[in-house]
Design a protein around this ligand. Structure first.
Ligand SMILES: C[S@@+](CC[C@H](N)C(=O)[O-])C[C@H]1O[C@@H](n2cnc3c(N)ncnc32)[C@H](O)[C@@H]1O
Length: 296
């Protein structure tokens, strides 16, 4: 919970300012319209998961050419809004057409490069649940493309360190002999993140068919922004990015074209501010069922 976050009487849907510095702005709108209302270089982190052009409830399936043109327009606006020391994180999976797989990160990468953005990591997000395929291996990962504008960008590793495998391990020779060899705060979480996706039994599940786990976005918020910075999600869905931002004392901006989703987003934010929103802890270990060999 943000320490100072309290709600004002400002109407829902407008900018809601907290008595201190934190605020959020959630709109039901097409993202180009919403983004054009925001100031140049005002966002420290733009984190999102766009539609994959799969014909889900919230999108109409179109040609790959039209889909990429639409993505290019949103990406261009994101670049305009990006702070010079900021980051863009585009989380995508595959577009699948008649059994043929098109990895969206490969198709979208050139659109970011056109603007001179530099890729810092291609993070693999792996998870346990999904369709069981019959004619190919079941997909159990998606990716996050993390770009910055230049070499001078915010990156805070300590808040996102994860427990080391052998925290007691010590140097066994040399001048540091006997001292701990690893960082006592834990290790770098690496570019492979095993975080459960939000399916039916997940504590964060809402009516949205494909929402982010809050913990996934929290890792990006904590490492790529500082307290008080602005975080934008132009395909906000039910507000997982906004929750991750506000929970960690960052301002949240976002829009979605579906009113039902922004209504849920506002409810989740209100629950967060009331201390009543349940989220899966960011570094909670993934449940591993005991294997058959272990039983024997
Ligand atoms: C993959 S979902 C994002 C879910 C989100 N990450 C969450 O945790 O809820 C993509 C979202 O983009 C929204 N959307 C699609 N086209 C849009 C547009 N042009 N402007 C704004 N939102 C759009 C859809 O309604 C959908 O909720």
């Amino acid at each position: 919970m943000p320490t100072q976050a309290r709600k004002t009487n400002a109407p829902i849907g407008n900018v809601v300012k907290f008595p201190s510095k934190l605020h959020y702005e959630i709109k039901t709108a097409d993202n180009l319209k919403f983004m054009r209302s925001l100031d140049d270089e005002s966002m420290k982190l733009i984190v999102t998961s766009p539609p994959y052009n799969l014909g889900k409830a919230y999108e109409s399936r179109r040609s790959q050419e039209v889909y990429l043109e639409e993505q290019a327009a949103t990406i261009a606006e994101a670049v305009r809004l990006l702070h010079p020391r900021g980051s863009i994180c585009w989380q995508v999976g595959n577009h699948v057409d008649d059994g043929e797989v098109f990895p969206l990160d490969i198709l979208l990468y050139p659109l970011f490069r056109t603007h001179g953005l530099m890729l810092r990591n291609r993070i693999i997000w792996t998870f346990g649940h999904g369709l069981h395929c019959q004619n190919r291996f079941s997909g159990r990962h998606e990716t996050i493309l993390w770009f910055t504008k230049g070499d001078d960008y915010t990156f805070n590793l300590d808040p996102v360190r994860v427990p080391s495998k052998y925290p007691e391990k010590k140097h066994f020779k040399g001048p540091k002999r006997g001292q701990l060899s690893g960082n006592p705060l834990g290790k770098n979480p690496s570019d492979v993140w095993d975080i459960p996706n939000v399916k039916s039994n997940h504590v964060e599940k809402t009516d949205h068919p494909c929402q982010f786990p809050v913990g996934l976005v929290e890792r990006l918020v904590l490492s790529l922004t500082d307290k008080g910075d602005n975080v934008l999600d132009p395909y906000l869905g039910v507000g997982s990015s906004a929750v991750a931002a506000l929970k960690n004392d960052r301002n949240a901006y976002g829009c979605d074209s579906v009113a039902e989703y922004t209504a849920i987003a506002r409810k989740r934010i209100e629950a967060l501010l009331a201390g009543q929103l349940r989220t899966r802890p960011m570094n909670k270990p993934v449940y591993e069922p005991t294997s058959r060999e272990d039983d024997e």
